[in-house]
Design a protein around this ligand. Structure first.
Ligand code: AHM
Ligand code: MG
Length: 337
């Protein structure tokens, strides 16, 4: 068998990146390797979810008052565990935990980064065999090394992310991550158990033909959003259409598809929930970072997602994200009302 040495694994790629950055310590590579390891473990469980007694509610509710599935807990434990036992992470915050965790050992107290994640997003889709995902954002801590991580390390603006990424457990399992140097995608090669470079230097097309939104909430959206949706539906060949509507209900899968093909994803505020559903710190900020590095845009309807100053770990925000030109058309419509 000939091994194609041009194809890099995730570990090889991140280590290669270190070689290009003067004074890099390799801590970020180590952290990404840890995340890749947890992702592989979660992937195994996701794939046998139909076979073992791991489906269904775990009998508790998370801090948002939603049912917690067993796989959410498993995934949360895996990501927390690898980061706690690694050497790069001083603490974590997760959708599944009420508060952040600062790791209290001498190595972690001297670690450079904190990591915020949603261990299993779209978990309502687990029972019906639809793609789900993990989302993560990595920040350089602002508190001094040697101390335990504090809340201010976690409440940083999205602009401060050093890296952000997601794993989609779909028809194949992919890990996509961004640093300021670019966005790269790795597909899990099950035969060797490694994430392998499959989508180098991802750029989001500046315009696409897909819009993704929960139409069931249409009459709950503000006027500008409703007008933009109407425009999407009326597109024809004369103005770049027709558009197609795709909404899986797993943000990771929806935004991943739109990142690759071009498109716009919206989770607006509603009359009942003006801040929408999605969480700023571990759902919106990582995707906003990724899309901007890939040439797209992400806003809350008024300002860049990445510019929002967080005040709470679990705060929600409306989210509009996607191809640059589609986002600009949305912004024009929203600016009118
Ligand atoms: P979760 O974090 O509880 O899984 O919820 C987040 C998910 C997103 O992945 C998805 O885009 C959204 O909820 C779908 O919500 P809705 O069913 O209201 O459209
Ligand atoms: Mg989620």
């Amino acid at each position: 068998m000939t091994i194609n040495r041009k194809v890099l694994t995730l570990d090889e790629f991140t280590i290669q990146q270190v070689r290009h950055i003067p004074n890099a310590t390799g801590e970020l590579s180590t952290l990404l390797r840890d995340i890749g390891l947890a992702a592989k473990r979660v992937n195994v469980e996701v794939n046998k979810a139909g076979l073992v007694d791991i489906l269904g509610d775990a009998g508790s509710v998370n801090v948002q008052g939603e049912d917690v599935k067993k796989l959410d807990i498993f995934a949360n434990d895996q990501f927390t565990g690898v980061l706690q036992h690694g050497i790069s992470c001083a603490g974590i915050a997760s959708e599944e935990l009420d508060d952040y965790i600062a790791f209290d050992d001498s190595v972690s107290r001297n670690s450079k980064y904190v990591c915020l994640f949603d261990p299993l997003d779209g978990s309502g889709n687990i029972d019906v065999n639809v793609s789900i995902g993990t989302i993560f954002g990595v920040y350089r801590r602002v508190t001094p090394k040697g101390d335990m991580a504090c809340k201010e390390d976690f409440l940083q603006k999205g602009t401060q992310q050093v890296a952000a990424g997601y794993i989609v457990y779909g028809s194949s399992t992919m890990l996509v991550y961004a640093t300021r140097r670019g966005v790269n995608g790795f597909t899990l090669d099950q035969s060797i158990g490694e994430f392998t470079m499959s989508h180098p230097d991802i750029q989001c097309p500046s315009i696409g033909k897909i819009y993704s939104v929960n139409h069931g909430n249409f009459f709950q959206y503000m006027e500008g959003v409703r007008n933009y949706i109407n425009i999407c539906q009326k597109k024809d060949k004369s103005n770049g259409g027709p558009y197609t509507q795709r909404y899986i209900g797993s943000m990771v899968a929806d935004v991943h598809r739109n990142l690759i093909k071009g498109g716009i994803f919206m989770y607006p505020g509603t009359l009942d929930k003006p801040k929408g559903k999605l969480r700023l710190l571990y759902e919106c900020n990582p995707f906003a970072f990724i899309i901007e590095v890939a040439g797209g845009k992400a806003t809350d309807g008024k300002q860049r997602i990445l510019d929002i100053q967080p005040t709470e770990l679990h705060q929600r925000t409306p989210m509009f994200i996607g191809s640059k030109q589609m986002m600009e058309e949305l912004e024009r419509e929203m600016g009118k009302s």
